[in-house]
Design a protein. Structure first.
Length: 586
């Protein structure tokens, strides 16, 4: 590696998948194809329509062949991204709109498809929710494949990349990630991509270190350059100097040592020194993440976000399709339980109808349980699918964004109807536990009333902090005000646990706070029964838990509640951590 060079450069992107990789750059050309829109004479239009239809069929064949090829090395659940892309190739909006452009504007098929893509992208880009916004990337990937087919442009298959390299690309599709052989590609960095794009989710599932969203990294590096990537912080160093190289080599060894040590905790119980058990589970959006929960010793899924199934399509997935998806996850996670959250998105954000409701304040709009209750038939289809999946393993169900009792009663009434509709036709768990997310301050204030109606609470701290402090969780300018240790948040957490336990039900947390090891003493001391988090955090949280006593945790929780500001609470917590657990936070 050319370490004598002094042209070291640093770039910051989005830390997509944790891990440090140091290696040589291998650029793979994934640039967008250059499309020129050309006017065509009227008699050419049928030819353009045929070219378009043929390209769609060829793209489908390619994807089907790829799925076939990958089915030898990947479990079927890992290939559902390819199914999602195949479905997009049948999307009536995508096909219809492109056909219309060819016919009405008398333009070539490539130009027409590019126009459709721009329209789709503008729809997705305008969506508030980061996760939904990134679904626009799936449409782009599929359209690119069709465009390349029409223009006869070939891409280098990732499976043929040799050597031990860090892959650099404008963007990588989920199909590219599925082809990565980890003994050859030790990490990747891309211009595009976000924290929740499909490719990123797969990289995390397969534990491939990655930094995405670097914007122009493909034009900043050349084949053979040495690159350090830190997939946790999002830092990329190109042609590092000796000092940085040595430093990161050490960090990499340290990281791998810590990972190995943490993996030893996998099968040890999540229990404090004085014998108090706490359930540690994983959050998933995608069946591919289940393997990672198992590898990290999770005791089930505490939050399955079902949104994924509803995206990038023009019709809702029906009961059968949902059932298949839920049952697959339940079987994969068995014998551990799966807690399925009903749909948590707004209005037609989930559909390709492109008539996104124009709400002034989408975060306060028709979303989550409010949306489900407005579409009782679709909601019942989801409830029936979840019930049917419960025949294959332990399932729990919960409703997002509950603000009051009436919503819970209405949702439960529909749940009872769904059960009646299934009885005699399908097996399901009659005792299936029903819970709610606590993420709106009104739900905290009436936690005692809500506790009487449900089997468990799960606190969504991401939204609870957003709504309690009136801080938009996606607004980077407000991130310093997003304070988990704000006394209002801590008092809310205490009210929720106390109300749950007074009613004899469990209190869980499935927001990001649950996965921060330094908050563990507080959450344990407050009395939470279960924490659900991203898979890699499970052993880190377990490590602190196993070095904690319930007595000490109660002291920390009681004390932290006495501070008037988040800054004071934070200073106290840091002091406690270095005094009590310093050697555990490495
Ligand atoms: C939360 O709000 O904390 C939560 C877990 O739900 P989501 O992040 O999906 O809104
Ligand atoms: Mg939420």
């Amino acid at each position: 590696m050319a370490l004598e060079r002094s042209d070291s450069q640093e770039f910051r992107g989005i830390g997509a998948s944790a891990g440090i990789a140091i290696g040589q750059v291998r650029i793979t050309d994934r640039r967008r194809v250059a499309v020129t829109e050309i006017a065509v004479p009227a008699d050419q239009i049928p030819t353009e329509l045929r070219r378009f239809a043929k390209a769609i069929e060829r793209a489908k064949d390619e994807l089907a062949a790829l799925k076939d090829q990958l089915s030898e090395s990947h479990r079927p659940e890992h290939l559902c991204v390819i199914d999602a892309h195949l479905m997009l190739l049948d999307d009536t909006m995508l096909l219809g709109e492109t056909t219309q452009h060819i016919e009405r504007l008398s333009i070539n098929a490539e130009g027409a498809l590019r126009r459709t893509l721009i329209h789709f992208k503008s729809f997705f880009d305008a969506v508030d929710d980061e996760y939904l916004r990134e679904r626009g990337g799936d449409v782009e990937t599929v359209v690119e494949r069709v465009l390349r087919t029409m223009m006869g442009e070939k891409q280098e298959p990732i499976s043929q990349i040799d050597g031990k390299v860090i892959l650099v690309a404008h963007d990588l599709s989920p199909a590219d990630i599925l082809q990565i052989d980890k003994s050859k590609v030790i990490g990747f960095i891309t211009d595009l991509g976000g924290k929740t794009s499909h490719s990123t989710i797969l990289a995390r599932a397969f534990e491939i270190p990655a930094v995405v969203g670097l914007e122009r990294i493909t034009s900043e590096v050349s084949d053979g350059d040495t690159v350090i990537l830190d997939g946790a912080s999002g830092l990329v160093i190109v042609n590092p100097d000796q000092q940085a190289f040595r430093d990161y080599l050490q960090r990499k060894q340290r990281y791998e040592y810590v990972e190995r040590e943490l993996s030893k905790l996998k099968d040890l119980p999540a229990v404090t020194l004085d014998g108090h058990r706490m359930r540690l589970k994983g959050n998933v959006e995608f069946i591919d993440e289940v393997g990672s929960i198992n590898r990290h010793g999770g005791e089930g899924i505490g939050l399955y976000r079902t949104e994924m199934l509803f995206l990038g399509r023009d019709t809702l997935p029906d009961e059968e399709e949902q059932f298949q998806a839920y049952a697959a996850i339940v079987k994969e996670m068995a014998p551990h339980p799966v807690t399925i959250r009903t749909l948590d998105i707004g209005g037609d954000k989930c559909l390709n109808e492109l008539n996104l409701a124009d709400e002034m304040n989408p975060a306060l709009g028709v979303r989550a349980i409010r949306l489900s209750l407005r579409q009782p038939e679709a909601f019942k289809a989801q409830l029936r699918a979840i019930l049917r999946a419960s025949a294959f393993g332990e399932v729990r169900l919960f409703f997002p964004m509950v603000s009051g009792l009436a919503e819970v009663r209405s949702a439960k009434a529909l749940f009872e109807q769904a059960k009646r509709e299934l009885r005699g036709f399908f097996a399901f768990d009659e005792q299936l536990a029903v819970g709610i997310m606590i993420e709106i301050p009104s739900a905290v204030m009436i936690a005692d009333l809500l506790a009487a109606e449900v089997d468990f609470f799960s606190v969504g701290t991401n939204d609870l902090i957003q709504y309690s402090l009136a801080i938009d969780r996606t607004n980077e300018h407000l991130s310093s005000l997003y304070e988990p240790l704000h006394p209002a948040v801590l008092r809310s957490l205490k009210m929720v646990v106390d109300a749950a336990h007074a009613a004899g039900i469990d209190a869980c947390i499935c927001g990001e706070m649950a996965g921060e090891p330094e908050y563990l003493p507080i959450l344990l001391g407050l009395g939470f029964d279960e924490l659900s988090m991203n898979a890699v955090s499970i052993p880190r949280v377990k490590k602190i838990l196993r070095r904690c006593t319930m007595v000490a945790a109660r002291e920390v929780a009681a004390r932290v509640l006495t501070y008037a500001t988040a800054a004071e609470a934070d200073a106290y917590l840091r002091g406690e951590i270095s005094a009590r657990f310093s050697e555990s936070f490495d």
